[in-house]
Design a protein around this ligand. Sequence first.
Ligand SMILES: [Fe+2]
Length: 465
Amino acid sequence: MSREARIHLLVGGVASAACLAAGAAYSLRSPFPGWWPLGTFLFVATLLEGLTTTRLRVAARGSTSFVMHLAAALLFGGFWAGVVAGVSTFLGELSRANSSLKIAFNVSQRILSVSLAVSAYILAGGELPPAYLSVDGALSSAAVQRDLGLFFLFATVYFLVNSISVSSAVALSSDRAFREVWNLNTRGVLGYDLGASAIAVLVAWLYTRFDHWLGFGSIGLIGVILPIIAVRHIYGLYHQLQDSGQELLQVMVKAIEARDPYTSGHSVRVSELSRTIAVELGLPAREVEQIETAALLHDVGKIHEEFAPLLRKEGRLTPEETALMQTHSAKSAELVGIISKFKGFIQDSVRHHHERWDGEGYPVGLSGKNIPLGSRIILISDTIDAMTTDRPYRKRLPLEIVIAELQKCKGTQFDADLVEVVVSSVGVRRLIAGPSAELEHREVMPGRSRRVSWPAGALWKIRGA
Ligand SMILES: [Fe+2]
């Protein structure tokens, strides 16, 4: 089945599931709340929908409108919360001129998330509206505790459905494994989102109080919007911080390439290959990300002035020049270590990226598993890229020769287990077979179009253009 067909099937499946879930939620306590409350929640949710934050390294976008979806669900039930979620998402998507397929998917997955979450909450014994929102003063503490506990079940189901459906769509549309995208999208985020979702309880509580005493007027609206804007601001600061880190990496990579034009794009390709191998090994997402960064920076030490004449030299290097050149990995590690968060795993992976399995490499002569895994992966990726790109003295080598070369050097230069993973992996083979076609149109930073992520938060949707 083609990728297009699979994406259409996914969108159709999510849309059908959303209709069924909304129907089920309607039959499970969802009386019409009235036009004024519905309109108010729709207005605020649509407003927040416009204040989205984009994650550069995954094709997803987040917004804090989920707070209004969850609050609406607590007050009005799953069906009307689905109406708030669906309509506000639709209006937000229209303003971004997204394709109709993306609009259909994003509207459907949000209706599905909120409807399923409410159904799970009610089926688990939760009350709507919850006991803690009661305004008549006759509160049963057992009921309050039960409904507060079940709120976290409700929010967990909501974020799970949201992240699973969005990760499926991102995985399908970017040819990446679901598990990888889901890990990257959700790792470290779920707890954060659950914490932020408690604001929905506050919003619902404020709504019931102001509704009871004053009617849900401007004071109530400000009380609702301010904490949400604050959360959104924190998300925004977090993303700005992460983006500035990415920009710094981009500067470093550009600096290496300016020094050594023959290796234009080399760092990015080695980084891509290393990431693919690390994913194939089933490493945790954080380690994958660190190996990708180490691979990107493995030759950054070559920007030192002393290497300039060696990089420009046309013929073979003399033994003295070779010895000097071999100090580049230690120099790279030194530079990488200036950034405190790169100390440790990333710095070690960079320092030892020319160590050989048989101990004949440099700078230290480590052997076997004493060589950091990141370094062993980078060495294979580095070698593959050298063989699969055109050089002044020869054309790129075909896949069979690359694989034969890797097999020949396993146990001496390379980790034999890693070579087996590389030659049997479809993803790696695809990159080896056509690295130029796959990678040459990418920007210098691999993350800009699609890839690894960091803990963030909020509700994610597939990104528009
Ligand atoms: Fe190197």
